[in-house]
Design a protein around this ligand. Structure first.
Ligand code: HEC
Ligand code: HEC
Length: 321
């Protein structure tokens, strides 16, 4: 008996020691770096791409990067506090503080697709990744970011480094948060006339609806989005500005817990203006997609008709209007 106690004592001691070594490694080792294999890419100014790029950046980037001076000067992201004290970066044309002034066009595309920054470190999950965005849309983003738009005029907001907590350090250093692969072939979006296919492109590759609207960010399959756990079935717990958890909504056509009883025009209104058929407004973090064309939202609606229904009582729909 004594001997047994002694052995379990030793085993316990070793386990505690290993846990301490692991904790010290996570806390003090440096962040992994990745080879920056940015493509050779020089994007020419183009008036149509400028318009599209403005729409994409104002829809996807500004929410996180807009500072108090109405420029993309970066801000403290209170809603990312699960990961520590997170600050987004100044991406205006400020020669010193603006991160993009040091990036080539190819490096911007590489960052947005893979998450690998110019210096080879990984931009963590709270910064967007769009691996399957079409080349046209990617070039549109770059044309806009290089333009003279008001929100890109130099902001003299200095960059405050994020202070990551133990959880996010662990996820990055153990490789649970790792870069996406850069696509090997050119990417074209389906033509708008091919409605459901175009809607799928918008919901998955372009406007990133699927990650928030599947079961859990950690269980999303970013290489094969449709294989994500609870694909588009809602219930993903996302913190709001006060740290309260908001569950994302079920976007499948399930009649009881999803959008099965909604009409297309109700869906367009809810996505564009945030007002649901029951007149209750969508709460943060559901972004208002006010810049999207009705045709785009209509294409997403057409795609949602093809997505397998999920009955998920764990989503937010107060009275399942
Ligand atoms: C959900 C919030 C969020 C969204 C959306 C977002 N960003 Fe970021 N971005 C961040 C945060 C936070 C950082 C700082 C990352 C870090 O700590 O390394 C960042 C960093 C950056 C950087 C700096 C890279 C460097 O070398 O330091 C660039 C450039 C950038 N974002 C561009 C964009 C563009 C372009 C978009 C839209 C396509 C976008 N971001 C959308 C949160 C976001
Ligand atoms: C940043 C995360 C996020 C993104 C991105 C996002 N949503 Fe949402 N969405 C939510 C959350 C959270 C709710 C629930 C809001 C609430 O409970 O008030 C929601 C609610 C909705 C609703 C209301 C549904 C209902 O049953 O009440 C619709 C419709 C919707 N989203 C469509 C979309 C579409 C389409 C896209 C992409 C174009 C999208 N969402 C992108 C987080 C997101």
């Amino acid at each position: 008996m004594k001997r047994l106690l002694k052995i379990s004592g030793i085993i316990l001691g070793v386990l505690v020691l290993l846990a301490l070594i692991f904790a010290a490694y996570i806390q003090f080792s440096s962040f992994p770096t990745y080879e920056n294999k940015a493509p050779e890419l020089i994007v020419q100014p183009d008036s149509l791409k400028l318009i599209e790029g403005e729409k994409i950046v104002k829809t996807l980037c500004s929410t996180c990067h807009l500072s108090g001076d109405r420029k993309l000067g970066g801000k403290h992201m209170i809603d990312a506090s699960t990961f520590g004290e997170i600050h987004s970066t100044n991406i205006t044309k400020h020669p010193k503080y603006g991160a993009l002034s040091k990036y080539t066009d190819g490096e911007i595309a590489y960052l947005i697709r893979t998450g690998i920054k110019k210096d080879g470190t990984y931009a963590p999950p709270w910064m967007i990744k769009l691996p399957q965005l079409s080349d046209y849309d990617m070039e549109s983003i770059i044309v806009y970011l290089r333009s003279d738009a008001d929100e890109l005029q130099p902001s003299d907001k200095t960059n405050i480094p994020s202070k990551l907590n133990f959880l996010s350090k662990m996820l990055i250093k153990t490789g649970a948060f790792a870069p996406m692969s850069y696509p090997e072939e050119p990417i074209n979006s389906p033509p708008p006339g091919d409605k459901a296919a175009y809607g799928k492109y918008l919901a998955i590759a372009k406007y990133d609806c699927f990650a928030c609207h599947s079961a859990d960010f950690a269980k999303c399959d970013f290489e094969n989005p449709e294989k994500s756990v609870g694909f588009l079935g809602g219930g993903n717990p996302i913190p709001d500005m006060d740290g309260n958890v908001i569950l994302s909504a079920n976007l499948t056509m399930d009649e009881e817990t999803g959008l099965g009883k909604w009409s297309e025009s109700e869906f367009i209104r809810a996505v564009k203006s945030g007002i649901r058929p029951n007149k209750i407004a969508n709460r943060f973090p559901m972004p208002p997609y006010s810049r999207l064309e009705d045709e785009e939202i209509s294409a997403i609606w057409a795609y949602l008709q093809t997505v397998p229904k999920i009955n998920n009582p764990n989503d937010f729909t107060p009275d399942n209007d």
